[in-house]
Design a binder for this molecule. Structure first.
Ligand code: PNS
Length: 169
């Protein structure tokens, strides 16, 4: 392996992505510009009941990231720092929407660093249009038959609606 200056920098952006939103995609595009390689990692959040399977979430991410060449999609059911170490990642990326995200993300960044000294977290601030946006809101709107097309990429609107259409029947 060469010196730091010539080594490829690989970042990992973990999240539930249940489902991926325009806010996530905006962070993915910006992070992909900052690093040689970006892994978008569908991860397990013990505090949340997922609506979509990890496979479905990975598939939706593939659809929305098809035009970003240095992005790889993966999933992992374990500690983020284990994936980070095993896959030679250099940085953890997180998006921050509002101050309300900060306390939880700050705690996670410290815990991850405690578990793995090398695991630094870099926070990207969400753009102003995404500050109010969350996967939970998208699911709530879709479950009540509302229009989600302003909140998620066009290529996955049908996948999300199909899930909730089935539930409403
Ligand atoms: O999109 P989310 O649900 O806010 O993402 C949270 C996530 C999945 C990134 C976080 O729960 C996580 O890192 N899960 C992997 C398991 C882990 O490493 N937990 C300890 C971190 S404190």
């Amino acid at each position: 392996m060469g010196s730091n200056a010539e080594r490829m920098r690989k970042a990992v952006y973990p999240g539930s992505f249940d489902p991926v939103t325009n806010g996530h995609l905006e962070i993915i595009r910006r992070a992909a510009n900052l690093f040689d390689k970006l892994v978008v990692l569908v991860s397990f959040n013990g505090a949340k009941n997922a609506c979509f399977t990890p496979e479905e979430r990975v598939e939706m991410l593939h659809k929305v990231c098809y035009d970003i060449p240095n992005v790889e999609i993966d999933s992992f059911d374990g500690l983020l720092v284990d994936y980070f170490s095993e896959h030679g990642c250099d940085i953890i990326i997180k998006g921050l929407r509002a101050m309300s995200d900060f306390e939880y993300e700050f705690q996670m960044a410290h815990i991850n660093k405690h578990l793995c000294e090398r695991a630094e977290t870099v926070f990207l601030c969400a753009d102003s249009q995404s500050t109010y946006l969350s996967s939970s809101m998208v699911k709530q709107i879709a479950s009540l038959g509302g229009d989600i097309s302003a909140f998620v990429p066009a290529s996955i609107v049908g996948d999300i609606n199909k899930r909730f259409d089935k539930e409403r029947k």
